[in-house]
Structure formats: structure tokens, C-alpha cells
Write a protein that binds this ligand. Structure first.
Ligand code: PLP
Length: 251
């Protein structure tokens, strides 16, 4: 059966990151995706210059429409620029008893520019962690928000701290799950400039594999392999799309 994935994230007009990248990841993995846009952004390979949040009541009305149509098998939450919106989405998904929620707690863009307002984030993420399956911060986001082993103990939610933004020959993500030793998921670092949206496609791919009933460690490993393959293909095929910071997934 084709898994149905609800995506809640921002729109990048170049398609490199955000909900455009999420949708391409779902399509490449043969899942059906439903895009609820949380914000319009002005950005390209040089960075983000503006973020315009979509009104909370429109997002909630869209979520109502989606759930009236079909119940998603998994949800990926990416950029949510405002605290009130994040609180409303958490309440909505909690009331629906939605499972397989993957959260990429994106706050700023790799090439510069703030994407989200950070006020109340630790409390809001703690609330969201009670219904989410996994958060996927990079190490900077994890430090800023204060994600820690205590966070996992308190909430039961798992944490994948991604290492793609670091240096070295390997890119290593660390999965922290309650009751298990930390799991290191490593791959050869793919060199190249086509890195835009890597975090988006990783978290979307995990949502697809969870919807396919993979256990969490296998879902994270399969998603990392998908990202590595995408980066290799982007390097092989793409020579002149945004040459200094191109999209990590092109088909
Ligand atoms: N723009 C949007 C809408 C995003 O959701 C994200 C990441 O999740 C980014 C930009 C940042 O992507 P990157 O760090 O790859 O530039």
C-alpha cells in the first residue's frame, strides 16, 4: 500500500529545501504526500531574507480538511516559524492521536538567515515530544534547544542528532532511544556543494519508512542511505543549478 504522509513545513521558492524537497523525497520513495505550508519564505542559495508565517486558523482549517479526507500514516513537521502555530499544531495532532510524527526542529538556514522565532521553543518542543516519535535536530539545534538524554527520559520520544553539518570523512548521526544504548549511524561523507535541504529530505524519508512499519533504527538507517544516494545523484547529474549550494535531491 502507498503510505500517506502529511507534511507541515515552509515553502522555499527555489525548491532546494522546505516542503518542495519534502514532497520530492516522498515521491522518490513512492509515498503520497499532502503539503500544508506553514510559511512562505524568500530565499535562495545565498540565504533567507524573509519569512511570512501562514495564519494559524488557515493551517488548522487545512489540517481539518486533510483529516476529513484521509488519515495520514505519518507526519513530518519541519519549519514552524511561530510559537502559537506550533502549539496549535501540537494540540491538533494530539487530539487526533496521530502516531509516527517526525519533527525536524529547524530554526535557521545553513547559508544564513533566521527561519523561526525561538521564544518558548524548549517548552513547546517538550509538549510536542509527548506525542512525537522522533526529533531530528543537528547538533547546533540540539544545543540551542537543550535536547538531552533527560528529554528522552521525560517524554519517551526519541532523538536523532544529525552530523551532516560537521566535518570529517564520515557523517555520523546518533540515535537516542529510551531503554537502548545510543546507536551510531555512519556513512562516508559525500563531498560536493549540493547540500541544500539535506535535513528536510532525511526527516521526510524517516516518516515514509515509519509509515511502512520499519522499526525506528531501521527507518533512520534506510533514510540515511536514501540521503547519501540522493547526494551522489545530485553531484553526478547536476552541474549548473545553483552551483554553489544546489538542491540535495533533484528527482
Ligand atoms: N527553508 C525551509 C523552508 C526549510 O524547511 C529549511 C530546513 O528545514 C531550510 C530552509 C534550511 O535548509 P538548509 O539548512 O539546507 O539550507
Amino acid at each position: 500500500m502507498t503510505p500517506v504522509i502529511l507534511l507541515i513545513s515552509g515553502l522555499d521558492p527555489t525548491g532546494g529545501a522546505g516542503i518542495g524537497a519534502d514532497m520530492r523525497a516522498c515521491s522518490a520513495l513512492k509515498a503520497y504526500s499532502m503539503p500544508v505550508v506553514s510559511a512562505l519564505t524568500v530565499q535562495n542559495q545565498h540565504g533567507v531574507s524573509r519569512v511570512e508565517p501562514v495564519a494559524t486558523d488557515i493551517i488548522i482549517a487545512q489540517l481539518d480538511a486533510v483529516y476529513e479526507a484521509v488519515r495520514p500514516d505519518a507526519v513530518k513537521i519541519g519549519l514552524v516559524p511561530e510559537a502559537t502555530l506550533l502549539g496549535a499544531i501540537t494540540d491538533f495532532l494530539g487530539n487526533k492521536k496521530q502516531d509516527n510524527i517526525v519533527v525536524d526542529p529547524v530554526l535557521s538556514a545553513t547559508r544564513g538567515g533566521k527561519l523561526a522565532n525561538t521564544s518558548h521553543r524548549p517548552e513547546l518542543y517538550r509538549r510536542l515530544s509527548r506525542i512525537a516519535r522522533l526529533f531530528t535536530p543537528n547538533s547546533a539545534e540540539a544545543d540551542l534547544i537543550g535536547f538531552s538524554p533527560e528529554f528522552i527520559k521525560e517524554s519517551g520520544c526519541s532523538l536523532l542528532i544529525t552530523g551532516g553539518d560537521k566535518n570529517g570523512n564520515y557523517s555520523t548521526d546518533i540515535l537516542y532511544e529510551q531503554g537502548s544504548a545510543p546507536l551510531l549511524i555512519s556513512s562516508f561523507r559525500i563531498q560536493g556543494h549540493n547540500m541544500h535541504g539535506t535535513g528536510c529530505i532525511l526527516s521526510s524519508a524517516i516518516a515514509v519508512f515509519l509509515a511502512r512499519r520499519y522499526p525506528l533504527p531501521e527507518a533512520c538507517m534506510a533514510a540515511k542511505e536514501f540521503v547519501s544516494d540522493s547526494l551522489k545523484k545530485a553531484n553526478a547529474f547536476q552541474t549548473d543549478i545553483m552551483p554553489d549550494y544546489g538542491p540535495s535531491l533533484i528527482s
